[in-house]
Design a protein around this ligand. Structure first.
Ligand SMILES: Cc1cc2nc3c(=O)[nH]c(=O)nc-3n(C[C@H](O)[C@H](O)[C@H](O)COP(=O)(O)OP(=O)(O)OC[C@H]3O[C@@H](n4cnc5c(N)ncnc54)[C@H](O)[C@@H]3O)c2cc1C
Ligand SMILES: Cc1cc2nc3c(=O)[nH]c(=O)nc-3n(C[C@H](O)[C@H](O)[C@H](O)COP(=O)(O)O)c2cc1C
Length: 445
């Protein structure tokens, strides 16, 4: 179902779904007391890459609980055929990544569970599919999941809801459905935190003379008041004046103790010579006195979390160094020096980003290995994935010591090449197992 913003259509749609929802509630609602201890009547399963589906799943479970239902949000990585066989009511919130693919957390579910044909005729379900209609395969994973559940005999509680770039109207329809399932008329406020007013403190071009597009290190502080809290791995969202309805995301390159949010932003240049809406605003147009609308977004999957004490292999290219730099800084500040960075760019002369800092960390022993691939310097193109292929023994030894792998940077070219190189060195199953254990994490775009 493709959702638009016509209020009259919404009103009738909501009336219809309300009637259907009431019927579902009557059929399915159970008193909280009947919930078996330690389990939940409702599973809210999220398949998320950068946390939106995760956030909506927590809100969904909370809304059902408000209505007295027993509900639990679980990551799809914890869902297998046996859990599905034992569940009767499951709400799925599924985003789409890559080119119509499942998020990394759903790789096993999509590849193994959905390759099977279990009997799910006992199951009632609904799907909230998150996506972006500018991609060819809009909501591809949510659609595939919905079709698969139906084909296994599961009964849809209501038609799949597709959410285009977080469209609040589509999310409101999901909320209405939930309030009917839960038998409550309360519609809780799911608004994300408001944008704050920030200003640029410093802006430095990091790659003068580069054959690639200009890339800037941009330091920002709130116009007034304290810095918000964040952790290495988190993102910011920036609203550009030219396109305020569609915020752009940037990985945070700094940690809170540095007193500022730093970003590494590549200027997007279109074929007609115009600049990208958000990167043009941040890199060129916004003066030091301009107000930048920005908010921090937790990105739990890319934080150090339970990997804080493990050796870390950080792999990335270009602006991907932003997220990796924040993770490294957090580790080094905490006195953890088992850090191996594999980074790629074009020319060593112009594109060795943050060279002084990385060299200093290496000399101090805080960065035990630093491997660099400069694609335009070597004989023939050479990328981070080629380095990984050459360093197979070291890679296996590092993983055997319990290391976790973090990949940040471009999806096109880098992330898939790195994935293949890691699978070749470690084995595809071992890499899947690392992903399930949270030891293989990606922030790729
Ligand atoms: C998780 C994540 C982390 C990122 N981290 C960085 C980083 O650290 N450094 C960096 O330079 N870039 C990063 N990006 C890319 C960045 O968000 C922008 O896409 C990039 O700066 C180009 O945006 P623009 O407005 O300048 O260009 P434009 O050409 O104006 O927009 C780029 C394209 O994105 C489309 N678009 C529409 N809505 C959105 C939306 N909500 N979000 C993104 N694109 C949208 C536009 O239609 C257009 O086709 C990241 C992206 C993601 C998803
Ligand atoms: C690199 C990248 C690839 C994406 N690919 C698709 C896609 O193929 N189809 C689609 O509908 N949405 C696509 N999206 C949009 C996401 O599904 C959407 O932003 C969603 O809200 C992300 O939710 P999450 O934070 O839970 O992962 C893509 C987003 C990114 C950043």
């Amino acid at each position: 179902m493709m959702l638009t913003i016509d209020p009259a259509r919404w009103a009738s749609a909501i009336t219809l779904v309300a009637a259907w929802g009431g019927l579902c509630a009557a059929m399915l609602r159970k008193p909280a007391a009947a919930a078996p201890t330690g389990t939940a009547d409702w599973l809210v399963v999220y398949a998320s890459q950068t946390g939106n589906a995760d956030y909506l799943a927590q809100q969904t479970a909370a809304t059902l609980s408000t209505g007295g239902l027993s509900a639990r949000a679980v990551c799809v990585s914890n869902l297998d055929a046996a859990t599905l066989a034992g569940a009767t009511r499951v709400l799925f919130i599924a985003s789409t990544y890559g080119e119509g693919d499942s998020p990394d957390t759903a790789a096993r579910f999509a590849g193994v569970t959905m390759a099977g044909a279990p009997d799910l005729s006992h199951l009632h379900y609904a799907v909230l599919a998150l996506g972006d209609s500018s991609y060819a395969n809009y909501c591809g994973f949510g659609r595939a999941l919905d079709a698969w559940l139906g084909a296994q005999g599961a009964t849809a509680l209501f038609e799949r809801i597709d959410v285009d770039r977080g469209n609040p109207d589509a999310i409101a329809v999901w909320q209405h459905q939930l309030s009917h399932l839960a038998g409550t008329s309360d519609l809780p406020d799911w608004e994300a935190p408001a944008y704050g007013e920030w200003r640029i403190l410093e802006r430095t071009r990091l790659n003068p003379g580069s054959a690639g597009a200009p890339l800037y290190r941009i330091a920002l502080v709130p116009r007034a008041g304290a810095l918000p809290d964040w952790e290495a791995g988190d993102l910011v969202q920036v609203c550009a004046p030219a396109d305020p309805a569609q915020p752009r995301e940037y990985s945070i390159a700094s940690v809170p103790s540095e007193g500022r949010i730093e970003l590494l932003v590549r200027l997007q240049q279109h074929a007609d010579g115009s600049a990208g809406a958000a990167s043009g605003w941040l890199c060129l147009d916004a003066g030091l006195d301009a107000t930048i609308a920005l908010r921090v977004r937790a990105h739990a999957r890319f934080r150090l979390g339970e990997n804080a004490a493990r050796p870390l292999l950080l792999i990335g290219n270009g602006t991907g160094l932003a997220g990796l730099r924040a993770l490294l800084k957090a580790r080094i500040d905490a006195g953890v020096h088992d850090n191996w960075l594999v980074f790629g760019e074009r020319n060593v002369r112009h594109d060795f980003l943050l060279r002084d800092e990385l060299d200093a960390w290496r000399e101090a022993g805080a960065l035990t290995h630093l491997d660099l691939a400069f694609s335009r310097d070597d004989d023939g193109p050479r990328y981070v994935q080629h380095l990984l292929a050459e360093r197979g023994d070291a890679l296996r030894a590092w993983i055997a010591r319990g290391a976790a792998i973090y990949v940040c940077g471009s999806l096109q070219g880098m992330a898939s090449g790195v994935h293949e190189a890691l699978a070749a060195a470690l084995g595809a199953e071992a890499l899947d197992a690392l992903a399930v254990q949270g030891r293989y994490r990606r922030d790729v775009y």
